[in-house]
Design a protein around this ligand. Structure first.
Ligand SMILES: Cc1cc2nc3c(=O)[nH]c(=O)nc-3n(C[C@H](O)[C@H](O)[C@H](O)COP(=O)(O)O)c2cc1C
Length: 230
């Protein structure tokens, strides 16, 4: 993110491990290209200014009606992340998971992105939105509270890459209700998964899923229409 030059980026607030502090951030295309899920981290903590910069990228994400119904619970250090892993790891963790949870639980930071449906229903009951008739959940053809929380999470993943951090978005292995109670999350907030964050270790294995290969543009992008008219 070179726009604005060094120190001017929206979320670059501290030097990174991989880039000297005198350089501006990565170019956007480079951030997109380099982003990948990282599952193995060093023991180095993530300094709060770096962390806040990454989280701020999530706060910049768009939201329907600017409802901003996303919340982030941020767990730092083993004392906070330990209970997260205990409550959410599936019973098979460490065996059937190929050690995934064992590696992940060393992440110095875990972020739990939460979607607040009621914030959207309330927002769309306001005078400028009320004519749309979206005050009721069943009127929404797409649950934008989940979409927006995913947008915020993606911004966090990209900002983490830009800061030289590694990050993994992953699904919770269970225990959502227990986790929310443990964290004191108010009723009505729904976790969409979690993000592990930290400084990437050198020996991080790539996801076996990547062996599937990336689909060609022509398989994903359909210009004009999907297929020729019959
Ligand atoms: C919605 C979603 C859920 C995912 N859940 C997991 C997960 O539970 N565990 C995991 O190791 N990776 C998970 N991934 C990561 C994907 O496997 C990964 O994004 C994909 O293989 C492409 O790899 P890359 O992101 O490194 O390019 C998830 C990704 C997404 C978008």
């Amino acid at each position: 993110m070179a726009a604005g030059g060094p120190g001017r980026s929206l979320y670059r607030t501290a030097p990174t491990r991989r880039l000297p502090p005198t350089l501006p951030g990565l170019e956007f295309a480079e951030v997109v290209r380099r982003r990948r899920m990282v599952r193995t981290f060093t023991d180095r903590p993530v300094e709060r200014p770096v962390l806040d910069g990454v989280l701020d990228a999530g706060r910049r994400a768009p939201s329907a009606g600017f409802s901003q119904g996303t919340a982030l619970v941020v767990l730092e250090g083993a004392a906070q992340t330990g209970p997260f892993w205990t409550l959410t790891a599936p019973p098979t963790a460490g065996t059937a998971s190929g050690g995934r949870w064992d590696r992940l639980r060393h992440a110095p930071v875990v972020v739990v992105p939460l979607a607040h449906r009621q914030a959207y229903l309330d927002r769309y009951a306001e005078p400028d939105k009320a004519p749309l008739g979206l005050q009721r959940e069943d009127a929404w053809s797409v649950p934008y509270w989940l979409v927006d929380t995913a947008f915020a999470t993606m911004a966090i993943l990209l900002a983490a890459t830009d800061a030289g951090l590694g990050a993994l978005f992953f699904s919770l292995g269970g225990g959502e209700a227990e986790l929310l109670a443990h964290l004191g999350v108010p009723a009505g907030f729904e976790p969409i998964g979690a993000v592990a964050l930290g400084w990437p270790a050198d020996d991080d294995p790539r996801s076996p899923s990547l062996a599937r290969g990336r689909r060609a543009r022509a398989e994903t992008v359909h210009y004009g229409r999907w297929s020729p008219p019959a």
